[in-house]
Design a protein around this ligand. Structure first.
Ligand code: ZN
Length: 386
């Protein structure tokens, strides 16, 4: 990555300054070559009559204004990475949108300053690091520079690195809390719309978790049709399979679940009953696992983290089984005892056995001592896999 230290004057940077009063955004500078507030930046927050005024006073008194960072986008165009608040304050002042209070308590606009004072402000030097590099280099640099005191999160960073038409459109759809669909989406997605969590999810889904690659590939696209279509397809699929919305559905890996299961048919009524029963089952410890368990045809019990037999129960059952087996001179594993192999009379130690539901949990068997039997590890594993 190449970094060039340059000195601009306030006059140069504020040339062609445009301020959007409605959105509270400083838009352009450097005769239109500088984007002051790129999409990924936060809004202008210095407009409090203190911080913004302090910036102008600093220029008037020749106090240092600190270092600025510009990111070279293409050709001779730049975006402000760090310094947008300061530049916007200066721009608002020189375009007459901000006044300062002079020593006599009188508000002064730029136009009411003496020619020397105006000159002094316009000639104030600004130290700017211009940075140019590959997307990867810029990303690493962004990660290191602490932007305006509030670090960008992962997706904000990617938005900065891959800024352009695609990101702008994607943000209008997925980072916009005014979007009426957000309410519906929030049933399945966690996080905050304005911190890019929804956009990140949409990108993860459509890219099968290669967000960076996808953003790089589509950086200069002028539509987000594929992104929208895929996202809505996943959302509609969830809503059609699971008609009841449960709070544990939020934040599941729906993209992966859709990819894995969407070609299978489901009966929404049956699914609703299965989910309902599992919610009512006191042995299900992991409710978040219910949805994938049902999608997978109710076979992978590990997803549910079923409550297991406690040590006291296992020990009691082991002792009873072992005493009984000794009387009949057979193995204390009932399945070994029924076989014809070498283990038919084998007495297993407690540590060599596992607890098993006699009547399977999945068929309503309880996790109680009456429904507990100890099996050798091999037989328990074999039974569990059925
Ligand atoms: Zn056995």
């Amino acid at each position: 990555m190449e970094t060039t230290l340059k000195t601009y004057t306030v006059g140069e940077v504020c040339d062609g300054f445009v301020y959007n009063e409605l959105e509270g955004k400083g838009l352009y500078g450097l005769s239109g070559r500088l984007t002051i507030q790129p999409e990924y930046q936060r809004n202008y927050i210095y407009a409090d009559g203190k911080k913004d005024v302090a910036v102008v006073q600093s220029a008037l008194h020749r106090y240092p204004l600190g270092v600025f960072y510009f990111n070279k986008t293409d050709g001779d165009r730049f975006e402000v990475l760090d310094g947008q608040q300061r530049i916007t304050s200066l721009g608002r002042f020189v375009t007459g949108k901000l006044s300062i209070i002079d020593g006599n308590g009188i508000p002064q606009y730029f136009s009411s300053l003496s020619p020397e004072q105006r000159q002094r402000i316009l000639e104030t030097p600004l130290l700017v690091y211009e940075c140019e590099g590959t997307e990867d280099e810029i990303r690493k640099w962004f990660e290191t520079v602490n932007i305006a005191g509030v670090p960008l999160n992962h997706q904000e960073l990617l938005n900065a690195v891959y800024s352009g038409e695609f990101v702008t459109l994607a943000k209008q759809e997925f980072s916009n809390s005014q979007n009426a669909n957000v309410q519906k989406w929030s049933a399945y997605i966690t996080g905050a719309v304005n911190r890019q969590d929804y956009l990140e999810r949409a990108l993860q889904w459509v890219s099968r978790d290669d967000v960076k690659g996808y953003m790089s590939l589509h950086r200069h696209d002028t539509t987000i049709d594929e992104l929208k279509r895929y996202f809505n397809t996943v959302i509609d699929w969830i809503a059609s399979v699971f008609t009841d919305v449960e709070s544990e559905m939020r934040g599941l890996e729906w993209g992966r679940l859709y990819e894995t299961y969407h070609t299978q048919p489901y009966n929404a009524e049956t699914v609703a009953k299965q989910v309902h029963d599992l919610y009512a089952d006191p042995y299900v410890k992991n409710r978040k696992g219910i949805f994938e368990y049902v999608l997978g045809g109710c076979t992978d019990k590990r997803l549910l983290d079923i409550r297991i037999f406690d040590e006291a129960t296992k020990r009691k059952v082991y002792q009873r089984q072992t005493a009984e087996a000794a009387l009949h001179d057979v193995s204390n594993c009932p399945l070994c005892a029924m076989g014809h192999e070498a283990n038919r009379k084998k007495m297993w130690k407690l540590a060599e056995m596992d607890a098993d539901h006699v009547s399977a949990w999945s068929k309503g068997g309880a996790t109680s001592i009456e429904n507990c039997q100890m099996l050798c590890k091999t037989h328990n594993r074999a039974k569990g896999n059925r």
